[in-house]
Design a protein around this ligand. Structure first.
Ligand code: SF4
Ligand code: SF4
Length: 442
């Protein structure tokens, strides 16, 4: 029996206890200080009590190597099968233009084309997806730029897009800055809306200093009205707060605002935190950006001081929240990047891309659906083949089944290769997560 290469073992933040999890066998345990010490001794090559050794074997932390390989392969096949059955998320970008000039927008360097969205392009898009993804569960996400611009022409085009979605029996998500949401409620009411993602970066001036109109102008109050109107009309809202060191201090207030407004009580309201990071180009002031772990450390401290944040947002800390809420671990994650597997993106110029991270970058285009269908099969293959078995460093990494190799686009921007790593600080996140969700005195 050997120590499983998929064990993740460490101390719990602010506690003398330890945790050990194994996503392959599905085991998770908290070890008291004596047990933690014994396991450390064992890893250091020392003998341990037989009873403790038996417990480790029973729980699947000490394994037969061949058995483990068999289990790994069989769960990998299950993962691939399940993904084949999974829903595909199809993004459509009607325009890259925007009425906002957010301080951190990664699309600000995308060059505008003279081309405009037309009925012909929308028809070609639906022809393509209904053929290419026939028989697969799928849904549509409208993304920008800003898709909900308040002009008669844009409203007509969005209504035409939504009519097609309805005819194709697709649920629709919309990613919007929220400024003109209120003007679109009547159009959206008649569609199967799965979610409207709206961004607020804090309350009042804090938000307005980051997300303002082109040419200047506050946006907070109108967005709030749009969110209110959505919830009143049972349109699900996913409120996103993009955070960095400049606005994270506003999280407790943001949470209180959502609570006071009754949003957090609504079944149609959920939230997410987006970490502001450099995707395609340098933001100049990268000192203001959080690393993934420093963001979660900050949130961990904030929640201790302001527990009401949890009514608004519950941090995942890798798989910790899932474990706390479900009482079991999620299935092993052999691949965290859905690009070209369960996610594709398309834009109004007729181009096909792997996902939202690459959409609009012409050198990342994988082909076209308009004016004719073309596909760069070699590039598509490299996206499709990305998983932890195809990335050399991941193959031997004990975190692989929680991390899944991270984001292919971040990896490619870093190394030039899609099949390279975007490491997640899984162990450090679990140290915080076990503390936040499992330690009684926290
Ligand atoms: S490349 Fe990154 S952003 Fe795109 S689907 Fe993969 S994980 Fe998501
Ligand atoms: S991306 Fe890094 S942390 Fe994630 S599985 Fe691969 S080597 Fe491990």
């Amino acid at each position: 029996m050997i120590y499983s290469k998929h064990n993740i073992f460490s101390g719990i933040t602010g506690s003398d206890n330890f945790f050990i999890v194994n996503l392959l066998t599905g085991s998770a345990d908290i070890l008291n200080p004596e047990e933690g010490k014994m396991l450390r001794d064992f890893l250091g090559g020392n003998e341990i009590e037989e009873e403790f050794r038996n417990n480790l074997t029973e729980q699947g932390y000490l394994v037969d190597e061949k058995e483990e390989e068999r289990l790994y392969r069989s769960k990998y096949l299950d993962f691939v099968d399940a993904r084949e059955e999974d829903e595909v998320q199809l993004f459509f970008v009607p325009n890259y233009s925007c009425n906002f000039a957010c301080t951190y927008c990664y699309q600000d360097e995308y060059s505008a084309t003279k081309q405009e969205l037309s009925h012909e392009v929308i028809d070609a898009f639906f022809n393509y997806i209904n053929l290419e993804f026939a028989g697969r569960k799928k849904y549509l996400t409208i993304f920008g730029g800003e898709p909900l611009l308040n002009s008669p022409r844009q409203k007509e085009l969005i209504a035409y897009l939504l009519k097609h979605a309805k005819e194709s029996n697709l649920e629709v998500c919309i990613v919007t800055n929220g400024f003109s949401l209120i003007d679109y409620i009547d159009i959206l009411k008649n569609i199967r809306i799965r979610e409207i993602q709206v961004t607020l970066d804090g309350i009042g001036a804090l938000h307005d200093a980051r997300r303002f109109l082109k040419g200047g102008g506050a946006t907070f109050d109108r967005i709030v009205k749009g969110v209110d109107a959505c919830l009143q009309n049972n349109l699900p809202v996913n409120l996103r707060m993009v955070v960095d060191k400049e606005n994270i201090a506003g999280l407790p207030e943001m949470a209180q605002f959502a609570i006071d407004r009754g949003w957090t009580k609504s079944d149609f309201f959920k939230t997410q935190l987006g970490r502001n990071y450099e995707l395609h180009h340098c933001q100049g002031t990268s000192e203001k950006l959080f690393s993934r772990i420093s963001l979660y450390e900050t949130i961990y401290r904030q929640v201790k001081q302001h527990p009401h944040i949890l009514e608004f947002y519950k941090p995942a800390y890798s798989i910790s929240k899932f474990l706390a809420e479900n009482g079991s671990l999620p299935d092993p994650l052999y691949d965290a990047c859905p690009a070209c597997k369960t996610e594709w993106a398309f834009d109004y110029t007729g181009k096909i891309f792997s996902c939202t991270a690459t959409v609009g970058k012409s050198d990342e285009s994988l082909g076209t659906f308009f004016p004719e269908v073309t596909r760069n099969e070699e590039l598509i293959d490299s996206w499709e083949s990305r998983d932890v078995n195809n990335i050399p460093e991941c193959k031997t990494c004990s975190l692989q089944l929680a991390c899944g190799g991270g984001c292919g686009s971040v990896a490619k921007n870093r190394t030039g290769s899609i099949c390279s790593t975007d490491c997640r600080p899984v162990k450090e996140l679990l140290e915080l997560g076990f503390s936040a969700y499992f330690e009684q005195d926290h």
